[in-house]
Design a protein around this ligand. Structure first.
Ligand code: ZN
Length: 407
């Protein structure tokens, strides 16, 4: 991919990347997928004059999380980049991470003491309610804010989950990712002591140990959540930004924290706006049109419908997007790409490994290969099947932002 950097040229073209999260699917109703079943006159029209194909999010047979799947379509080889669980969870809760942070996932748990030794009797503290979790996090935050030179930042997640950030006054190295989880992964066992390899990791492990002791002390009178188990010690990965890698001034229009977090990892500017609907996102796109070269617009609800196995809902969201498509086209982007980050088939109610349809519309496509933007019609298209991380070079080429390679 290094070659790409040498080919980047300046241009004032604009690229819009629409990600319908988890849009790819499998046949369910009348042998049709949601994309096939939906009534999509605008997408159909666009498909006829666009380049179509399918992308493989990570690799053959690999079912990706949204993290690696987005890194792929952003042009980063997902298997070469490791985003720690703590970092993903923190980003998912809307926390901003610094290079001086260690992000860790926490679980409230229940322990009892046998001869003074803590024994885990419920690794999830009976799945306490999110409200209960918030009360505990507030209480903990009020009662301690630092250990040695680490500032403690706590944020509630759903039910028993939370995130803790240990923020230091200096840069943190990857060696802290060697620290083991303190969750023994079974009940009837004591929590594990955190250990790390290397000086800095040892120090962070020690602070984590003090943190757990302190939580146990403060929560000793709680009936359920009287302990914290820690997992996924991680640091913010250092990634080349979109600007450095592709020469693009990029922004992110998304409603869910995790996608904003992923976009911020690659240096996209996060746009704040009111509302949670596709319409609000497209309004924002219009409003920001003169400010950026690259617009990442994330639409979450297709994935949620797939996860719920709700075929009708997925169809409805695809149709809602189709109705709003002319608004995007009215901006006349040099390149418009519509795809998903992975498939979320309704019959699986989860992400899957299946290739995802891709549509690229620009002035430089062959076109007339496919009648619609669907999994099967995309197979007939000129893009074939390719790895997701190769999408960005294609978009750059279509946007006339790449020079010739060699003489
Ligand atoms: Zn996703």
């Amino acid at each position: 991919m290094e070659i790409l950097k040498t080919l980047i040229k300046k241009s004032d073209t604009k690229i819009v990347l629409i990600v319908l999260d988890g849009v790819g699917d499998l046949p369910l109703k009348n042998g049709k997928t949601p994309l096939e079943y939906a009534n999509t006159p605008n997408l159909n029209n666009l498909a006829k004059k666009s380049a179509l194909g399918l992308h493989i999010p990570v690799d053959l047979g690999i079912t990706p999380g949204s993290g690696p799947a987005h890194l792929g379509i952003f042009g980063y080889e997902p298997l070469k980049i490791n985003i720690g669980r703590g970092v993903l969870e923190a980003l998912g809760l809307g926390l901003e991470l610094r290079e001086t942070d260690v992000a860790v996932r926490g679980n409230f748990a229940t322990i009892k003491y046998e001869k003074g030794i803590p024994i885990v009797i419920d690794r999830r503290a009976g799945r306490i309610s999110t409200e209960e979790n918030k009360r505990l996090i507030k209480y903990l935050s009020q009662n301690f804010s630092s250990i040695e030179d680490a500032q403690i930042i706590l944020r509630s997640g759903m039910e028993h989950r939370f995130v803790v950030i240990f923020r230091f006054p200096y840069q943190i190295s990857y060696e802290v990712e060697t620290i083991n989880d303190t969750d023994p992964q079974a009940v009837g066992k004591p929590p594990l002591k955190p250990y790390g390899k290397g000086k800095m990791a040892e120090k962070v492990a020690k602070i984590a140990e003090i943190f757990c002791e302190k939580v146990a002390e403060l929560l000793k009178n709680e009936s359920k959540a009287n302990y914290a188990l820690l997992r996924g010690f991680s640091v913010k990965p250092k990634l080349e930004t979109f600007e450095e890698k592709f020469g693009l001034k990029a922004c992110c229009i998304a409603t869910y924290p995790m996608y904003k977090g992923l976009a911020s990892l690659v240096g996209m500017k996060l746009i704040e706006f009111e509302g949670m609907n596709i319409k609000d996102e497209i309004e924002t796109l219009k409003f920001q049109w003169n400010n950026f070269d690259f617009f990442f617009v994330h639409i979450k609800k297709t994935d949620s419908a797939g996860e719920d196995g709700n075929f009708e809902m997925k169809v409805k969201i695809i149709e809602e997007f189709d109705m709003l498509l002319p608004e995007i086209l009215s901006l006349n982007p040099s390149v418009l790409c519509i795809t998903g980050d992975h498939s979320t088939p309704c019959i699986l109610k989860s992400h899957s490994w299946h290739p995802v349809p891709v549509l690229i519309n620009s002035s430089y496509v062959l076109g007339n290969t496919s009648e619609r933007f669907t999994e099967r019609e995309a197979l007939k298209g000129e893009l074939g099947i390719f790895y997701a991380y190769k999408l960005m070079p294609l978009l750059l080429a279509h946007a006339q932002r790449l020079k010739k390679y060699g003489a």
